[in-house]
Design a protein around this ligand. Structure first.
Ligand code: WT7
Length: 592
């Protein structure tokens, strides 16, 4: 299908928050953008103050900050004043337990109002906040709480019993568990009791812009998950990118479908909309075609930020599923997390009368870096252009290991010039790994991309073995480790295979220990163990048996070769591999 450039009308252009992205970039400075924020006396900065307190004390007090749609049909409107009040009270709960700056609070819950209160309250009290995905199994949760030496956990009684209780005593740093329920399991405190007993913490903690505010976990190809450190200063990038890339403004009715267990759901499902004074729609329920169309219509959503997987699922349901709804309030549609197919962009136009605007960023960048803004013409399939304040490049390595910029249309690694406010400040406890992400004054993203002659960026793929499934970044190593715990498994390799809806699905290959034979029962048993430990979002969909797995001379499993074989692609090109990664000689005709 031939897909044409989508041109914006003069009206759309002049209505946009950022009229001319290329021109705006030239005259931009982060210093000047600081005007979007309030700040604390004495040069301090606190995300919760910027997100709620200042609106609650001003014209925004009675404006809904959050419209919560319960799974079973409840609907609650929470104003900025109310949210600020609840958050100060929760900050008081933490203070009463002697918790404050330097302590780390973890969140593990579905999209319930208390989750938002807890995140903001903790930031206000000066704690660092780490959201966890509630669909994780016990293993990823334990691992992440261990790496971050969690001090407080806010969760529900059900999640606590299923995923935390059995190993809780093995985590000595964990002093307090608060469950979002009226009654608490043994060793936990109940939300309602705690909130009733606490005094509001009147003053926001006097945090410095460079104090840690958020730690988001992301996966690496090898080793443990990485705790990406973000500071309060990041709020400047949340504020600005929300305005420019998502058209957020006071009172705008905005729906971000991402779960706050991931960085999108925090940066753009909590901080950015509130800092911009918008009204967030929060739906507790999972994806559902009819429900989503109803929400867009009945809640009169104006700006919608979602993901390609969801867009593809809506497309699959057919245009008829959208019939009879009124989407005329929708002004801006945006997407993130995985490649957005050109067909998805165009489909947005057909069903909502607006194209989807792709945006690109990562856990490490903390905020949107590259985007199709409202005023820009869209080249469907392109991620757009760098936002003001962001310099992006496409780099390749020369023979003597230096970096050089690629020409238009050439594929290289997407890189950014450090210095934007929401850039990660480190990987928790892993200085060497952090330093490796930077070279010659660039931050190296690990993505492969191209830039065309007009300055648009196009995603090509990952430069490493990370898997993107339904927008979630999955580290193969973490999955392989869980598989290896099965007594029958000798070796495991995990790759992502293309999938029409999820983008990629997790596929595992295992070689068995002596005395075990491949069988459907064994496959199910291994898969079951992985699911139980890792949770359904991370566990492999399918496990295949192999006599042995392809390895390098140094014994590293060659996931890419496995993938090439599975997809029937040429195996020959190992040029992207490091020297030590050259394949080990395989026996003639071997099918390893
Ligand atoms: C990786 C980052 C996006 C923030 C939340 C997820 C992939 C992201 C796009 C896009 C193609 C994309 C990249 C990136 N990705 N946006 N518009 N087109 N790929 O953050 O979990 O750290 O994932 O998601 O591979 O590196 P994350």
């Amino acid at each position: 299908m031939e897909i044409q450039t989508i041109r914006k009308t003069p009206e759309a252009r002049s209505a946009a928050q950022l009229p001319d992205p290329d021109g705006a970039r030239a005259g931009f400075s982060w210093e000047q953008a600081r005007e979007m924020l309030d700040g604390l006396p004495g040069g301090g900065l606190n995300i919760a103050h910027e997100a709620v307190d200042r609106h609650a004390r001003g014209a925004g007090a009675t404006r809904p900050a959050l419209i919560w749609l319960g799974r079973d049909g409840d609907r609650r409107e929470i104003t900025y004043a109310r949210l600020a009040d609840d958050a100060s009270r929760f900050a008081g709960v933490l203070a009463r337990h002697g918790l404050g700056p330097g302590d780390r609070l973890y969140l593990l819950a579905g999209r319930v109002p208390e989750l938002y209160t807890a995140a903001l309250g903790a930031l206000r009290a000066g704690l660092a906040v780490t959201p966890l995905f509630a669909a994780f199994g016990p293993e990823p949760i334990r691992m992440r709480m261990e790496i971050g030496a969690a001090n407080v956990l806010v969760t529900t009684a059900a999640l606590y019993r299923r995923k935390v209780a059995e190993w809780r005593t093995e985590l000595p740093s964990l002093k307090l568990v608060i469950v979002i329920d009226d009654a608490a399991p043994e060793g936990c405190a109940a939300w309602t009791t705690e909130m009733a007993a606490a005094q509001k913490l009147e003053d926001c903690a006097a945090t410095d812009p460079e104090d840690t505010a958020l730690i988001h976990f992301t996966s690496g190809t090898t080793g443990r998950p990485k705790g990406v450190i973000h500071v309060h200063q990041a709020v400047l990038a949340h504020a600005l990118t929300g305005r420019y890339a998502l058209e957020l403004a006071p009172g705008v009715r905005y729906w971000c479908t991402a779960d706050p267990g991931w960085v999108t759901g925090t940066s753009y499902g909590l901080i950015s909309p509130l800092v911009n004074g918008a009204t967030m729609i929060v739906d507790e329920a999972e994806f559902d075609v009819a429900r989503w169309y109803r929400i867009l219509d009945e809640e009169a959503v104006e700006v919608w930020y979602t993901a390609p997987t969801a867009i593809r699922r809506l497309m699959r349901a057919g245009k008829k599923a959208a019939a009879g709804h009124d989407f005329t309030k929708l002004r801006h549609l945006a997407s993130v997390g995985e490649p957005l197919n050109p067909e998805g962009v165009v489909w947005g136009e057909e069903v909502f009368g607006r194209p989807f605007h792709d945006t690109w960023w990562q856990t490490e960048t903390g905020a949107i870096m590259i985007a199709n803004t409202a005023a820009m013409d869209i080249q469907p399939g392109s991620m757009g252009k760098p936002l003001p304040g962001i310099t992006a490049g496409i780099l390749r390595r020369t023979d003597d290991d230096a970096l050089e910029e690629c020409g238009p249309g050439e594929t290289g690694e997407l890189a950014l010039r450090p210095g934007w406010p929401s850039m990660m400040r480190g990987y928790l406890g892993e200085e060497a790994r952090y330093r490796k992400a930077f070279d010659e004054g660039w931050y190296l993203s690990g993505d492969l991309a191209q830039r065309d002659t007009e300055g648009f960026f196009w995603f090509v793929g990952r430069a490493d073995d990370l898997i993107k499934s339904a927008g979630h970044l999955i580290g193969p190593f973490e999955v392989e480790s869980a598989l290896m715990e099965h007594p029958a498994v000798a070796e495991a390799a995990v790759i992502g295979l293309p999938d029409e809806t999820a983008g990629e699905v997790v596929r595992a290959y295992v070689a068995l220990n002596p005395g075990h034979e491949p069988s459907a029962d064994l496959e199910q048993d291994i898969r079951g163990l992985a699911r139980k430990r890792l949770g359904p979002a991370v566990a492999p969909r399918e496990v295949s048996f192999r006599d042995n797995l392809p390895k390098t001379r140094s014994g590293k499993i060659m996931r890419r070769l496995l993938k090439a074989r599975e997809l029937g692609l040429p195996e020959g090109d190992t040029s992207t591999l490091e020297t030590e990664d050259k394949p080990a000689p395989t026996p003639q005709g071997g099918t390893a």
